[in-house]
Design a protein around this ligand. Structure first.
Ligand code: SIN
Ligand code: FE2
Length: 216
């Protein structure tokens, strides 16, 4: 049966369906790699990574910064998007063209041709850092997908359902992979368990994740 199906429509090993509306594009960021890494360096020079505090008073193990018109932040008063970096009092660095191009292309490839992000959250995981299961729900309009680019050390992506207790599937995320979720999956719970120790040839002892959203 599978053989017959494959004969009609061969499976594309670079695309993996995670759930209805959620897809993993393997290696899709690699052709933009050099531009992304140099743009990233410039952003981090202007808006350094920092460990933010959750409303509950917990200091996040993942260090974060942002670029684009709006940046995602958390402090004791809550989670939200803000046009201003609270550390500098200045607007977040602009979204580089290569980031925008990558996010738009990945969304289109995943079946979301109208996506234009205005926010990019940049997460830095060092070994031991983790992001517990959560929904991305601080954006104004859930009609737009999330585009999430993985760089550096490999991680496990937990992708669940619309309820916190729904079963979770696990996917390996490697350097250059892009996960896109929208439509019926837009509010699915997801998370990243503790990053394992390692050294990536280009990124060193860390994983960077770029999460593109249409937030405002
Ligand atoms: C996130 O949910 O914001 C980040 C997911 C990831 O690091 O892959
Ligand atoms: Fe998220």
């Amino acid at each position: 049966m599978n053989d017959l199906f494959d004969a009609i429509e061969p499976r594309d090993p670079s695309r993996e369906v995670m759930a209805d509306g959620a897809i993993l594009l393997r290696g899709s960021a690699l052709s933009f790699e050099a531009d992304i890494l140099s743009a990233l360096q410039a952003i981090v020079g202007q808006a350094p990574f920092r460990h933010m505090t959750t409303p509950g008073g917990y200091v996040m193990s993942v260090a974060m910064t942002n670029c684009g018109a709006a940046g995602w932040i958390t402090d004791r008063t809550g989670y939200r998007y803000d046009r201003i970096d609270p550390e500098s009092g200045q607007p977040w660095p602009a979204m580089p063209d290569c980031f925008l191009g990558l996010a738009i292309a990945a969304a289109a490839e995943a079946g979301y041709p109208h996506f234009v992000p205005d926010a990019c959250l940049i997460n830095r995981y060092e070994p031991g850092a983790r992001l517990s299961l959560h929904q991305d729900k601080n954006e104004r309009d859930f009609a737009n997908p999330i585009v999430s680019v993985s760089l550096g050390l490999p991680a496990t992506f937990q992708f669940g359902g619309l309820k916190r207790n729904d079963p979770v599937r696990k996917f390996a995320l490697r350097h250059g992979d892009i996960a896109v979720w929208g439509g019926r999956s837009r509010l699915c719970y997801h998370g990243v368990p503790e990053l394992k120790e390692g050294e990536h040839e280009k990124m060193g002892r860390m994983r960077i994740n770029l999460t593109f959203r249409s937030a405002l």
